[in-house]
Design a protein around this ligand. Structure first.
Ligand SMILES: [Zn+2]
Length: 424
């Protein structure tokens, strides 16, 4: 298949080239060629993009997909109360309800230009939803040893791996909820398992001040130090939030090659305080991804809005309008996310996964010039401008397509049917 006639292709390659009038050839699940005037081979499908903008599909590096069902319910409450109310709602969540929520969240994500999401929730249901809608998710059953024995969850994680290993749409990870919901043994064993399976160890860390105080009181260490002492900070560790991380903990992460995820909207909305010091991570060469976090704390699955939020909050915090640029924000949402998850994606380049988003040109994108294109994509557009999305070479979203709309309507009807039950 050839995508022809794009006005601009944002490659996100090593040189961050933006190509004018380039075509993209897709073969199987990969990008085969990027260049001008590609000639279709016999029988090759040609898609005319009529002057649109092409960019790598985005990667949401932290989410709890089924929580779209809780969107807007407990907003503006104190964090502790918010959490308690969420847990009470979650207590009523059955597999069928979680699947309906997951499907809705993934369809929303796809229609906002996201091809891959790193998730922590009802893994089996999210995996099934992903296979149904053609989106890629990285997930596993979450380890919360204060709720369920670690043994049981580790076994479930291993089972999940056996079932999905090698599946192009479901990438198994190890999901360790946090230091405050797991005992030492659970953390140590989760870390060992992630190393044995060589998969990401996805964990919330240093999100709130209370978390770091409690951790220090209990263990004498800050959360990242504590995780490190148990072997849980390594190359494939993905530490999410880090608003209260100390400089020396960032040094530990750099030494170990661990990854970080920034969720600016969620942190601001929940008023968790602290600050994710992006320029320090960048300077230390630490890979950073960008996450929406759940729709209960964001409240959208729109990573375009998140890119804007990230750049703005960083500039604001440092009193410096050039310290974090639009290019930085696009980098974390594409290349950074791909490294966090561990897939060859996030670039429009030969050999990379054909995960591609196409943006419509509307007045928000004007003036449309190579020089200001990245700026306009990050600061001025939203995911609503996404017109088509390809995941692994398959077109899974086209705005206005009856097939997609029907899927979306059906998912909405299904989710609506469960809401009365959740609200009781
Ligand atoms: Zn989270």
């Amino acid at each position: 298949m050839i995508l022809k006639g794009a006005r601009f292709v944002i490659t996100q390659d090593e040189k961050r080239r933006v190509l004018e009038g380039a075509d993209v050839r897709i073969g199987g699940d990969r990008i085969r060629e990027v260049g001008r005037d590609l000639k279709p081979e016999r029988g090759e499908e040609v898609v005319d993009l009529e002057g649109r903008v092409v960019l790598p599909a985005l990667i949401n590096a932290h989410n709890h997909a089924p929580m779209v069902l809780f969107r807007g319910y407990e907003d503006d409450r104190p964090l502790k109360e918010w959490l308690q109310r969420m847990w009470a709602k979650e207590g009523r969540l059955t597999g069928r309800v979680a699947r309906a929520g997951a499907k809705l969240a993934l369809l929303e994500s796809l229609s906002h230009g996201i091809a891959t999401t790193l998730d922590m929730y009802e893994a089996e249901e999210v995996a099934k939803a992903a296979l149904e809608v053609g989106m890629r998710v990285a997930t596993a059953p979450p380890l919360i040893s204060v709720f369920a024995p670690a043994e049981e969850r580790l076994k479930a994680t291993e089972r999940f791996h056996r079932n999905y290993r090698g599946n192009p749409y479901v990438l198994p990870v190890v999901n360790l909820h946090s230091v405050y919901t797991n005992d030492e043994d659970a953390i140590r064993r989760a870390a060992e398992l992630s190393k044995e399976l060589n998969v990401p160890l996805h964990v919330h860390a240093s999100e709130t001040r209370e978390e770091i105080y409690e951790c220090r009181k209990k263990t004498g260490k800050l959360p990242v130090e504590y995780l490190d002492s148990l072997g849980a900070v390594w190359e494939r560790s993905v530490l999410v939030h880090l608003g209260w991380v100390a400089r020396w903990e960032i040094n530990i992460m750099a030494e170990r090659g661990a990854k970080a995820v920034h969720c600016p909207s969620s942190n601001m909305k929940l008023g968790t305080g602290g600050f994710f010091p992006y320029p320090v991570f960048r300077e230390r060469g630490i890979t950073v991804g960008l996450g929406t976090d759940s729709a209960a704390s964001n409240n959208t699955q729109d990573l375009f809005r998140e890119m804007r939020m990230m750049a703005l909050i960083q500039k604001h915090q440092y009193w410096n309008s050039s310290i974090v640029t639009a290019q930085d924000a696009l980098d974390v949402a594409t290349r950074g996310g791909a490294e966090v998850v561990g897939i060859k994606a996030g670039r429009i380049e030969k050999g990379y996964l054909a995960d591609i988003a196409v943006l419509e040109i509307t007045p928000e994108m004007l003036p449309l010039r190579r020089e200001n294109l990245i700026s306009n994509v990050v600061y001025s557009t939203t995911g609503n401008l996404v017109e088509r999305v390809f995941v692994g070479g398959r077109e899974v979203f086209r705005r206005g397509s009856e097939e997609f709309n029907e899927k979306y309507r059906e998912a909405m009807r299904e989710a609506e049917g469960f809401l009365d039950y959740l609200e009781e």
